[in-house]
Design a protein around this ligand. Structure first.
Ligand SMILES: Cc1cc2nc3c(=O)[nH]c(=O)nc-3n(C[C@H](O)[C@H](O)[C@H](O)COP(=O)(O)OP(=O)(O)OC[C@H]3O[C@@H](n4cnc5c(N)ncnc54)[C@H](O)[C@@H]3O)c2cc1C
Length: 810
């Protein structure tokens, strides 16, 4: 084994091999993969090998699509047998919401590049005559997907990587990973040590154990899952064509042909079975375990098997030949962990995939791009391991992973969040607002108000406008006409100070730091390619002392960005003070009248300008008041010491009652910010694009000197763009843009939406979309496919609400 490599990957399953192959494609061939047993001897070898096209999100679907594109040609590329069966798949729908979800997925087919049709029961029956289609409303028929031999695919990726120059060492247990003073990593094995620049944890069910060596963790539970293989079935023996893989939510099962036999896999929903995990709580299996299988259990799956039998009676004609019962790593939110470990430089996660055969190639491709080029071509935010933090305790990890397992076939509905594992991060207002009807949404563990159920109603989750549409409208009206209050304490908050603080922030972000105390700017950290890494609102508190705010989900990512961009000789102190301050948004034309009664500070425009901040006393409590907001009204964000948040809220509420104050939530914020055309980080502003495509150049200060990404942006300015961001008015009626819908012109796809919503005050359905520049001019029209219907949209030049910011300046 060599003693130095650019990259060491720990683990030779589908995820590790997928990464090794794609690092080599990107030119990093000095990579070494170390596997304790044979390649595939963890979860990979016994998988059923299905590769579905339909996935929970747009970016995940891109990961799936790449595997489905690669596997059929992998044998030709590498010479290794992979046994690709392109039999297609049909996912069944039993409810209207599931059909709408299919329509939503169908709307992305041209962008992602997969062939899907939403078909009716008769067409399903034509394709699979043995299936009973009673109660089936529709099927999502994906024609290009199928199944692969997992060991074959993994070995093919490994062989391909080796052909390009990468190395693989088998039968070598990694026993430790140490950081060296040089910034490199030392990987200790039972057969010697390797020093490397980058280390990758692709250890599957062992990923937690491996992570613990370096003082970090991964939120994984190893769930036990089984499938049954039948004796040959007469109907399959007599047919020349293989049936599509069936995914049946009513039985929480998948079933398909395996040669001339049948294969039935079950995701049990009853807690006694869906909460079976391998390894200790918080831990992982013993190192010596290899090709591990568990005893099969009919009891575990019996209820589901009976349903499968009813749905497809030909199963009854054959006995069960084999049960394959193995372990799969599951994360709390079903997505794999791809990207840097929090707080560790050049330590990468490539694990946590519960559908790792389908995802292994795509995960490897996009993670390799991130490692080699500093950013992937798809938005990786939902896979970044730093979406979890210290709040992700053992109780959360296990209960959410169980939920992920037993809801494997649940239809993802917009806005639906279960209570499992919650609440984790609350403010002192949590119970008070709950008693007022607050329905919460979780963001990076924080519970934040989504909407207020003043009459006790529950939300009927749906892709179309639903029974909270009017409730949200009332919250928007309160903000636009009177005054609204919102607990938005979930912001990530940092203080950056020290004699080089200003120079440091000017060097690492694109805008110029405010020169006057109290000044506020919006600024972005870019990578060397000019792509957007983050967004900060920065307030200058005093000389070389700055207060930075970013989105809740970015707390660890942005802390890493700040720390890792700091030069060793720069005197800068960076503190994460997220938990120290709560934030109340007070917004609306009466907000000044309300606040005025509680403070001695002059709140007039002359003394407290828009886009400035001051330390003021409110109801006797000293806090930071920033005259900004994301809803486009006169207002303040009040950053209050967390333990005094409730006191300030109570005082404001009492003072505001007379002005018709109302609570509002983030559903209303989305509507209000869409009316103001405010872009969202991770939706419009992502690692896929620069400040130029996203129409954010006014936040770039080219004149201030050098900053990371400047050269790339200057070059970009001189080149033709592929896409440009537009803001559009959509001719919609019962459903609005959510993001991820395809945009067409003359039947040809020309772009994609990033987010949208209904503007309750302007009565417009609004959307952001990246489209080809030829269609990005004011007044241009195109069509957006929303739940199967093509809706005309027109590009707007200005925000639908208050384009000159009169109200915010008021
Ligand atoms: C019954 C069953 C059916 C499934 N069906 C499907 C399916 O149809 N489609 C699908 O997409 N997925 C399926 N899966 C899931 C799939 O198997 C996993 O998601 C996937 O194999 C995970 O790959 P991995 O590389 O992360 O982990 P693994 O394959 O477990 O690889 C990790 C490797 O790391 C090695 N390792 C760990 N620690 C060390 C160390 N310290 N030193 C050296 N080596 C180490 C291990 O030996 C192991 O080989 C199924 C799983 C099961 C159990």
């Amino acid at each position: 084994m060599k003693d130095h490599a650019r990259v060491v990957i720990i683990g030779g399953g589908m995820m590790g091999a997928g990464l090794l192959y794609h690092l080599a494609i990107e030119g990093w061939t000095d990579s070494l993969l170390i596997e304790k047993g044979e390649l595939t001897s963890g979860s990979t070898w016994h998988a059923a090998g299905q590769c579905p096209s339909v996935a929970g999100s747009y970016n995940l679907a891109k990961i799936h699509a790449y595997g489905i594109e690669l596997y059929p040609k992998l044998e030709e590329l590498t010479g290794q047998y992979v046994s690709w069966h392109g039999c297609g798949g049909i996912r069944l729908a039993f409810t209207d919401e599931e059909v709408d979800w299919f329509r939503h997925v169908n709307g992305t087919r041209d962008l992602i590049g997969f062939d899907v049709d939403v078909i009716g029961p008769n067409e399903i029956k034509n394709l699979i005559p043995h299936l009973d289609v009673t109660n089936v409303k529709a099927g999502a028929y994906t024609k290009d997907d199928g199944h692969v031999d997992p060991a074959g695919a993994c070995n093919a990726l490994a062989a391909g990587a080796k052909q390009m120059g990468a190395e693989i060492v088998r039968h070598t247990l990694v026993t430790d990973v140490k950081s060296l003073p040089s910034g490199e990593w030392q990987v200790v094995t039972e057969n010697g040590t390797v020093t490397c620049e980058h280390v990758v944890n692709a250890a599957g069910c062992y990923a937690r154990k491996v992570a613990h060596w370096s003082g970090t963790d991964v939120p994984i539970t190893n769930m036990l899952h089984q499938y049954f293989v039948t004796e040959p079935i007469k109907e399959f023996v007599e047919s020349d064509t293989e049936i599509p893989v069936i995914r049946d939510p009513s039985a929480s099962a998948y079933y398909r042909q395996e040669q001339k036999s049948g294969l039935i896999g079950i995701y049990e929903t009853a807690p006694e079975w869906a909460e079976e995990a391998w390894g200790d709580v918080g831990g992982a299996p013993e190192w010596q375990s290899e090709n591990e299988l568990f005893d099969g259990s009919f009891d575990k799956s019996m209820n589901h098997l009976e349903q499968v039998l009813e749905r497809m009676p030909i199963w009854a004609n054959a006995g069960i030949k084999r049960i394959v019962h193995g372990a799969i790593p599951h994360t709390p939110d079903a997505n794999p962990l791809l990207g840097p470990a929090a707080g560790l430089k050049n330590y990468w996660m490539c694990n946590g995939s519960s559908i790792g055969i389908a995802q292994g190639a795509g995960c490897g491709k996009y993670l390799a791009q991130w490692m080699v080029h500093g950013a992937a071509e798809i938005n990786m935010a939902e896979f970044d391991p730093r979406r979890f933090g210290t709040w992700t305790d053992e109780d959360y990890v296990r209960s959410k992973s169980f939920e992920d397992y037993n809801r494997m076939y649940a239809c993802p509905l917009p806005g639906e969040e279960l209570d499992t594992g919650r609440p984790k991060r609350t403010t002192p207002l949590y119970e008070k607002l709950k008693n007022k009807g607050c329905i919460y949404t979780a963001a990076f563990g924080w519970e934040r108000p989504k909407w207020f159920s003043l009459d006790g109603r529950d939300e009927h989750y749906a892709y179309r406008r639903n029974n909270v549409f009017e409730t949200v409208r009332d919250e928007c009206l309160a903000v636009r006409e009177r005054v609204g209050i919102l607990d938005l304490s979930s912001f990530a908050k940092y203080e950056v100070s020290g004699i080089n603080a200003e120079m440091f922030l000017n060097r690492i972000t694109a805008n110029r730091m405010p020169r006057k105390d109290g000044g506020i700017v919006l600024t972005h950290i870019l990578n060397a390619n000019g792509r957007i890494e983050n967004e900060f609102t920065v307030t200058r508190l005093s000389d070389n002392h700055f207060y930075l705010l970013s989105g809740a989900a970015c707390e660890l990512r942005d802390f890493d960005l700040l720390n890792q961009r700091k030069d060793a000789d720069e005197q800068v102190e960076i503190k994460n003070i997220t938990d120290d301050y709560g934030v109340l948004v007070l917004a609306g034309p009466r907000s000044r009248d309300v606040l005025r009664t509680l403070t001695q500070t002059d709140l007039s425009n002359d003394s407290f300008k828009w886009l400035s901040g001051q330390s003021i006393d409110v109801a006797g409590i000293t806090l930071r008041a920033l005259r900004i907001n994301y809803v486009g009204e006169l207002g303040w964000e009040l950053h209050v010491p967390m333990d005094q948040l409730a006191e300030v809220y109570d005082a404001i509420w009492s003072a505001g009652e007379h002005h018709g104050i109302a609570d509002f939530g983030v559903y209303a914020v989305n509507s209000l910010r869409m009316e103001k055309a405010y872009k969202g980080f991770a939706a419009e502003l992502t690692n896929e694009i620069t400040m130029i495509e996203s129409d954010m150049e006014r936040f770039v200060n080219f004149g201030k000197g050098d900053f990371t990404g400047k050269e790339a942006l200057l070059e970009r300015q001189n080149n033709d763009l592929d896409l440009k961001l537009v803001y559009a008015d959509v001719n919609a009626d019962d459903c609005d843009v959510r993001g991820g819908e395809a945009v067409y012109k003359g039947g040809r796809p020309i772009g994609i939406t990033t987010s949208g919503g209904y503007g309750h005050i302007t009565k417009k359905s609004l959307a952001f979309a990246y489209v080809e520049p030829a269609f990005a001019n004011t007044g241009d029209t195109f069509e957006i496919e929303i739940l199967g219907d093509h809706r005309t949209a027109i590009v707007l030049s200005d925000p639908a609400w208050d384009p000159t910011n009169e109200r915010m300046r008021g």
